[in-house]
Design a protein around this ligand. Structure first.
Ligand code: SF4
Length: 75
């Protein structure tokens, strides 16, 4: 599972770090706190963390080409 975090969308709410501590954490940036990925996690855990993000900033792409949240938004 490939993971990226869109810092243009992340608002530093921290739900990802609360859902998966040790995998996501917050760092300070010029725009305020932003999430980074510290280490990989199980796909289901990553999906749960991405679903917990209030701004859909966590983007996932699986080996089958499935993309979140793009697939959700594009219907
Ligand atoms: S839950 Fe979303 S908005 Fe909040 S810190 Fe994580 S990536 Fe950013």
């Amino acid at each position: 599972m490939r993971v990226s975090i869109d810092w243009q969308v992340c608002v530093g709410a921290g739900c990802c770090a609360a859902a998966l501590p040790g995998t996501f954490t917050l760092v300070e940036s010029a725009q305020g706190p932003r999430a980074i990925l510290l280490r990989p996690a199980a796909d289901d855990d990553l999906r749960a963390a991405a679903a917990a993000c209030p701004t859909l900033a966590i983007c996932l792409e699986d080996d089958a080409g499935g993309r979140y949240p793009q697939d959700l938004l594009e219907g």
